[in-house]
Design a protein around this ligand. Structure first.
Ligand code: CA
Ligand code: CA
Length: 387
């Protein structure tokens, strides 16, 4: 098992208490540096509090927060006033439980000239099967029109339960669309089968065609996933968060054609049977794992901006453990060197993260009952609203 230099601090806004120091090689001087670094006060502002299971929040080129809610609504949220401007309700969406429905969304990288909105959602097909697909819409300035299916044939449920549907979307610097898919509660059928779209990281061209350099001549980019719900590019690397079963939630760096192990490897390749499987099946280990599980969801990458303490970090929304986690990366982005935790039990379950161009951070909750919030996180001394 790999060892990491990890300093975990638990912070409730400004009250930073050093809770657990894992690596004893971290010197007192270094700890003091980290504490000082973190002592900048954060302030939060609830900008809207009557949402119902928002799943994706992202900063749009119109300087609005674009949002999905699982029941099928796509909206634009004014980050200053909290006004929610409905864009569309996708009637085909079928949200059967608290785990599925309308999930990830991403906007075309050249949205001004190609105003395409990509969403992924669960629905019942003509045969009555519960499925999942990625659909591209065009935004006409008011609503979503001209749906075009980009990827279909992802299983939502076949036997099993209505669980493990992923799904997060992101567009890479290579202008390809990447998506996470869950194993649909069929662990021994799908994740290790490269011909199944479930339990995978998918990669397609922006028109849905298959890139010539995909490893399996289909939409599959990486295999062996259980239920990944976070996906983000940071400095050229593709990072994902994944729910473990009862152990080993993971942060992975996703690479072409690699196997992430599920259901035969959980977390690191540390058990004898896992080591053999890892050697034989091109398994890439996570860069971080949590046992017991915390239920990691939306993931974003903080490059630089006004919250300087977050620079070069992955920012993670956490469901079960009801907190927000900063995972500070090393210089080349291959290791997590510090873990800082914020807002534990303050807002309930956290589903996703968005970052404005100036570096304000936005979180959304996953509590339901039309009580869900989007929360703005800024530094206390900065109160200007230039976004
Ligand atoms: Ca997001
Ligand atoms: Ca393991």
């Amino acid at each position: 098992m790999k060892r990491y230099s990890v300093l975990i601090t638990v912070s409730v806004i400004a009250l930073l208490a050093c809770k657990k120091q894992i690596n004893t090689s971290t010197t007192e001087d270094e700890i003091a540096t980290h504490r000082k670094h973190d002592e900048k006060e954060l302030q939060t502002r609830v900008i809207v509090n009557n949402l119902n299971f928002p799943w994706e929040i992202l900063w749009g080129p119109d300087n609005y927060i674009w949002m999905t809610e699982r029941q099928g609504r796509v909206s634009r949220v004014n980050p200053r006033t909290g006004q929610v401007i409905p864009v569309a309700t996708i009637a085909e969406v079928a949200s059967t439980t608290n785990f599925n429905g309308l999930l990830g969304m991403v906007l075309h990288p050249n949205f001004r000239y190609s105003p395409f909105v990509y969403v992924v959602y669960n629905y019942f097909n003509a045969s009555g099967a519960y499925m999942e697909k990625i659909v591209r819409f065009r935004y006409d300035g008011t609503t979503l029109v001209s749906p075009m299916t980009i990827v279909d044939g992802i299983v939502g449920k076949i036997g099993g339960d209505f669980i493990h549907n992923g799904s997060r979307l992101v567009i890479g610097p290579d202008k390809k669309l990447y998506a996470t898919t869950g194993d649909a509660d069929r662990r021994f059928e799908f994740p290790q089968n490269p011909n199944s779209l479930n339990g995978k990281i998918l990669r397609v061209n922006l028109d849905g065609s298959i890139p010539a350099d995909n490893p399996f001549r289909n939409a599959v980019w990486a295999i062996g996933q259980r239920n990944p719900q976070g996906l983000v590019f940071g400095d050229g690397k593709l990072y994902s968060s994944m729910h473990g079963e009862t152990t080993n939630d993971e942060i992975n760096i996703i690479e072409r054609g690699r196997n992430y192990g599920w259901p035969f490897v959980e977390g690191f390749c540390d058990l004898p049977a896992e080591r053999a499987f890892c050697r034989a099946h091109n398994v890439e280990e996570p860069i971080f794992a949590w046992t017991p599980t915390i239920a990691p969801s939306g993931l974003d990458f903080y490059e630089h901006g006004k919250l300087g303490q977050f620079e070069n970090s992955l920012l993670l929304a956490v469901l079960k453990d009801k907190k927000f986690i900063q995972l500070k990366l090393n210089g080349n982005g291959t290791r997590i060197k510090e873990v800082h935790e914020f807002f534990t039990n303050q807002f309930g379950r956290l589903r996703d993260v968005a970052i404005s161009p100036s570096g304000k951070v936005y979180l959304c909750t996953d509590n339901g009952n039309n009580t869900d919030m989007i929360i703005e996180v800024t530094e206390k001394e900065h109160d200007e609203m230039e976004d």
